[in-house]
Write a protein of this length. Structure first.
Length: 124
């Protein structure tokens, strides 16, 4: 199993390097066909959101979230608490909260935690 880093997701979301996009598309296609397995983390997802919506790419957060969700739903892409992350991406696309706050809400909504202990008024 491979660890899939931020730059791999950025390539497939931004299409900014045609040669690398072909490699990444082939990799994800093979994963969708269950020919390989990949693993990624919440930190990678957060970094992808930051990079793709920053001044570098200036992509719309709803579009980035939709593309990420479509990739994360590939069965052979492994991630701890994947459904929590997908739920957080859906919240992030819809709300005026940062991704980490949406992730916290999703952990609560999925019953993994009881309450959120925070001084953040938006979150509470």
């Amino acid at each position: 199993m491979d660890f899939i880093d931020t730059n791999i997701f950025v390539r497939i979301i931004t299409f900014d390097n045609a040669e690398q996009v072909k490699i990444v598309e082939k990799y994800f296609r093979a994963m969708a066909l269950k020919e390989n397995n990949g693993f990624t983390s919440e930190a990678v997802v957060a970094e992808v959101l930051y990079v793709c919506t920053s001044r570098i790419y200036e992509l719309d957060k709803e579009e980035v979230c939709a593309r990420l969700i479509s990739l994360l739903t590939i069965e052979n892409l492994i991630m701890d608490h994947k459904q929590v992350v997908i739920s957080a991406l859906e919240k992030y696309a819809e709300r005026n909260l940062d991704f980490v706050d949406c992730l916290s809400l999703s952990y609560k909504d999925q019953g993994i935690v009881g309450q959120i202990f925070s001084f953040d008024k938006k979150l509470n």
